[in-house]
Design a protein around this ligand. Structure first.
Ligand SMILES: Cc1cc2nc3c(=O)[nH]c(=O)nc-3n(C[C@H](O)[C@H](O)[C@H](O)COP(=O)(O)OP(=O)(O)OC[C@H]3O[C@@H](n4cnc5c(N)ncnc54)[C@H](O)[C@@H]3O)c2cc1C
Length: 416
């Protein structure tokens, strides 16, 4: 079934009886060409592009919980392509281009909203760094401009421009950045993959890998063994735990990242805003809530809940640029487990075990990467060669001395 305005009108007039389930609930088959482990945004996008663009349909997505229960349904919905380094920026530009056509492509309303993103700067040195970043963005066609204080005052008069410690001097502005409704992305990709015959197996946990003579031949799951020619892992915050089942240790640590939403307010923020002197970012949802977040919690964990010191730290960041946020009531907060890599950049690669592939290390930036991650992983799985924009996202880059240290913070996940 294709969704369109006429269909909505017809269903509205006839009691909404004609809608069918958005994807099937099949039982696992004994064997597939490709088993994708993890039904988050990246796993579902991979299945979608494999089946819709690379002509491979004998695929299962194996998800231990339900679709959207992981980080794809927990993030703060921001998308952008404002990176600096060659290993990252072309990849994120591809992702932004895919976002721009996504709703037409998979025929699903994901509420892609290119309302723009403002990265505030507070000093001359930071302005110079943003100018450099803006130039790198122009090299890949991502656009962007440096705005001065007057231009930001016009857009966001509520900001605390004259804060004694962190006066706002200007911003790097990317008008193509914005927000996307996160769980609709999971549902849209799931629907598009299912329509091509991909089996989405929910409540099916991978508990082991079938590795025979150094070749991965399938997975053990809570619903029985499944054979596969290729096994593609993309389990985000569970990367370390799942890959340890194959005897691998990864250059990844797991940390909690928390997010917050306020009560609904009248429209006050025209775009996404990030604080340049502390870790705080905010946007306003279509329901009116201020959606915001900040740093990861400082300790390693697989638990999806955070702690109060980070709540205090994030709210202080909010007060520093937007004092009126102190008058709004906090409605909800939640946590997700992040796969923090040692240089802050991701991996899309084969492993040393034939037939076993890995996608992870997305840190807290993997939502915006979802379409390109799925596309590049699908490219790798179908052609056994990396997509041109993902050639540097390799697992051995630390051994080769070629990390993609976007922030120049070294191997310290809490600083990326
Ligand atoms: C609070 C918060 C805010 C964020 N904000 C942003 C943002 O604004 N912009 C941005 O770009 N990124 C953001 N992120 C990061 C982004 O959400 C993640 O990087 C991205 O969603 C990870 O990819 P995924 O969607 O595939 O992960 P997930 O949705 O977590 O998918 C992984 C799936 O693997 C499944 N799984 C795990 N173990 C097994 C197993 N053994 N067997 C089977 N299945 C298994 C899990 O159940 C899960 O569904 C944020 C994250 C959080 C938590």
């Amino acid at each position: 079934m294709r969704y369109n305005a006429l269909k909505i009108l017809k269903e509205g007039l006839t009691g909404n009886k004609g809608w069918t389930p958005v994807w099937r609930e099949p039982d696992p088959k004994p064997e597939y060409d490709i088993v994708i482990v993890g039904g988050g945004g990246h796993g579902l996008a991979t299945a979608y592009y494999l089946s819709n663009k690379f002509g491979m349909t004998n695929i299962a997505v194996v998800e231990k919980g339900w679709i959207g229960s992981g980080n794809v349904g927990r993030n703060t919905t921001l998308i952008r392509a404002n990176y600096l380094l060659e290993g990252n920026q072309p990849f994120y530009e591809l992702s932004l281009k895919l976002w721009e056509g996504l709703e037409q492509d998979f025929n699903y309303n994901a509420m892609v909203s290119q309302r723009g993103i403002l990265n505030l700067y507070h000093s001359d040195a930071q302005r110079d760094a943003y100018a450099r970043r803006g130039n790198a963005m122009h090299l890949t066609g991502s656009g962007g401009a440096l705005l001065d204080e007057v231009q930001i005052r016009e857009k966001c008069p509520y900001l605390d421009f004259d804060n004694a410690r962190f006066p706002i001097k200007g911003a790097l502005w990317q008008p193509r950045g914005g927000t996307v409704r996160h769980d609709a992305v999971a549902w849209g990709f799931a629907r598009g993959a299912d329509q091509k015959g991909v089996d989405i197996l929910q409540n099916c946990e991978v508990t082991g890998f079938q590795i025979e003579n150094g070749v991965c031949r399938g997975v053990e799951t809570s619903r029985g063994a499944i054979r596969a020619r290729k096994v593609a892992v993309c389990v985000a915050g569970s990367s370390g735990r799942v890959m340890s089942l194959a005897g691998m240790r990864l250059p990844i640590e797991s940390h909690v990242l928390q997010a917050f939403v306020s009560e609904g307010l009248k429209p006050i923020l025209p775009s996404v805003i990030t604080f340049g002197a502390g870790h705080f970012y905010v946007s306003q949802s279509d329901k009116g809530g201020l959606v915001f977040g900040g740093d990861i919690d400082g300790y390693n964990t697989y638990a999806q809940r955070g702690n109060l010191p980070v709540v205090e730290d994030v709210c202080e960041g909010g007060m520093a640029i937007l004092p009126m946020i102190g008058r709004a009531r906090l409605l909800r907060m939640w946590g997700g487990v992040m796969d923090m890599s040692m240089d802050g950049s991701p991996f899309i690669d084969r492993t040393h075990i034939d037939g076993l592939y890995f996608n992870g290390g997305w840190c807290y930036g993997g939502f915006k990467a979802t379409p390109a991650s799925g596309f590049c992983y699908a490219h790798l799985l179908s052609k056994d060669a990396p997509h041109p924009v993902a050639t540097r996202l390799r697992l051995d880059r630390f051994r080769r001395g070629a990390p993609i240290d976007e922030k120049g913070a070294g191997p310290q996940p809490n600083l990326h």
